[in-house]
Design a protein around this ligand. Structure first.
Ligand SMILES: *Cc1c(COP(=O)(O)O)cnc(C)c1O
Length: 383
């Protein structure tokens, strides 16, 4: 029988649904089955719950409720943000800017747009995975319509200087989208401070349900829907709403935003302890990502001469759940595009672990993981 992992350290891949979130979702599923578009009391009741969730989502990122559109997750929000604004603004230009370390749900959309005749500049990053504000400024052209730069990276945890990029976009009249899936609920995220026009949120990375997400769309931003069929979500995202999921997302983001100030301090301390422990007890280990401009729950380390996939299996056998670069590429024997962009060598990139901490992580977990890692790597290297 499959043994449940005793220690879960893959919170960047997904998180467990919090009991408070499950409870409000259960309430909707069992008691509030109405269609929010119905004008009778059953409809009005769920409409109210949905609009409260919209308020909470908006409040967590400094937006207004009417600037929030609910979606099926981070992937859909990224697709809608990029494809939707590009299609609605195609008469304004054909140049787009993104970065080499984006999630595939952004990178692959730009790849698609490149085949449709748009010119895409993919900005490189420095050795820590950060975009340079100066390089960004220089990449803009007269006909640039949209830039998409992630707030914080899902593999290496590096936080981008987004406010500086936002300021430039504002001055130059370029729309700015950011994938904030990993930063929301972990570090402060405010659409006014960052000066972004579109911002992606995902429910299941913040202890909410899978298949839920939101897109912040600054008022006045022209955007085409990806689907047609109804007037839900201002016709930007037609289809009867996933009300239980939306209410769950609202609860999850409210809780995450409320707790992030102290939880991020706790996580950062555990993160720094783990980094220190690993770098001192395992020879030939290298930390990837920025030493300080980094998500509080992310550790990404490469071990020379060891295969990441073998490491992951060894740890799994000992009850520790950790992944390589990202959940989407796990199992693949291709090195991560993020690590390659930092200049990490192919073979070293293949010997990489992403350890992502979360609400359940304790000091003891950090001690256990360090010890097990040390032993497994010693074993593997002695073969
Ligand atoms: C997980 C993730 C996504 C995808 O979100 P889903 O809700 O799983 O579709 C997008 N971007 C980043 C940075 C992520 O970590």
């Amino acid at each position: 029988m499959e043994q449940m992992p005793a220690i879960y350290l893959d919170h960047a891949a997904t998180t467990p649904v919090r009991p408070e979130v499950a409870a409000v979702m259960m309430g909707v599923l069992t008691e509030s089955f109405g269609n929010p578009s119905s004008t009778h009391q059953f409809g009005r009741k769920v409409r109210k719950l949905m609009e409260e969730a919209r308020q909470k989502t908006a409040g967590a990122i400094g937006a207004a409720a009417r600037e929030i559109v609910f979606t099926s997750g981070g992937t859909e929000s990224n697709n809608l943000a990029v494809l939707g604004t590009v299609r609605a603004n195609r008469d304004k230009g054909r140049h787009l800017v993104t970065t080499a370390v984006e999630h595939h749900a952004v990178l692959d959309v730009f790849r698609q747009l490149a085949t449709e005749g748009f010119e895409v500049t993919v900005l490189p990053v420095d050795e820590y995975g950060r975009v340079s504000v100066d390089q960004f400024r220089n990449a803009l052209r007269e006909d640039t319509i949209l830039a998409s730069v992630m707030h914080a990276n899902n593999e290496i945890g590096t936080v981008n200087p987004l406010a500086g990029i936002g300021k430039i976009c504002r001055e130059r009249g370029v729309l700015l989208h950011t994938d904030a899936v990993q930063s929301v609920g972990k570090i402060p995220v405010n659409v006014e401070e960052l000066q972004v026009d579109l911002l992606t949120v995902s429910g299941h990375k913040i202890y909410g349900p899978k298949g839920t997400g939101a897109l912040y769309i600054r008022r006045g931003t022209a955007i085409d829907p990806l689907m047609r069929g109804g007037s839900q979500e201002k016709a930007i995202r037609p289809g009867t709403e996933n009300v239980a999921g939306i209410v769950g997302l609202g609860k999850a983001i409210e809780l995450a935003a409320g707790e992030s100030a102290h939880e991020s301090i706790r996580l950062a301390r555990l993160r720094d302890k783990l980094i220190r422990n690993v770098l001192t007890s395992v020879p030939d280990a290298r930390l990837n990502g920025h030493p300080t401009e980094r998500l509080p729950h992310n550790v990404n380390v490469s071990f020379a001469g060891v295969e990441g996939e073998t490491l992951i299996q060894g740890l799994d056998a000992r009850g520790i759940a950790i992944s390589a670069g990202s959940a989407c590429t796990s199992g693949a024997l291709e090195p991560s595009h993020v690590l390659l962009s930092l200049g990490v060598e192919r073979s070293l990139a293949l010997g990489t672990l992403r350890i992502s901490l979360g609400r359940s992580t304790t000091d003891e977990d950090i001690d256990v993981v360090t010890e097990e890692l040390k032993q497994i790597i010693q074993q593997l290297r002695s073969i």
